[in-house]
Design a binder for this molecule. Sequence first.
Ligand SMILES: [Zn+2]
Length: 148
Amino acid sequence: MPDAPAYGALFDRLQRSAFRSRFHLGQQEREYALKQGAEVLRSHAEDFVRKRLAPACIPGDGRQTPMRGHPVFVAQHACACCCRSCLAKWHGIPAGRELSQEQQDSIVSLLMAWIGNEMSMPAPAARQDRARRRKAAEAFQLSLLDGD
Ligand SMILES: [Zn+2]
């Protein structure tokens, strides 16, 4: 099973996508990840991939992965493993064919590597703080303009 550094090139590519790079774990997803631990998250990832991605035919493909609510869902969007058309486009895995166990395992490893990376970065509280400070600074600037 490849280590996180093996995904460097792929993570770089995903980072260059405005859509993919938008996805980050929120506070609740982080807390959930910490509470459950990596082993439990991995078993959830295996389950989601087996049930929602692996079948050859998935009714409503493209809508099977919620945008939030579980760290693995967020990872799936961030890593373009959310549906079969994204798997085909980003990972060259053809749609309409059942995923092999090996393909499922490598998707799960990728998702877990992304979650590991994400958990090693600053919590979103810090980001929110920055956003709040920026908003306050903007409001302050506007109040100066209001003076005329
Ligand atoms: Zn997709």
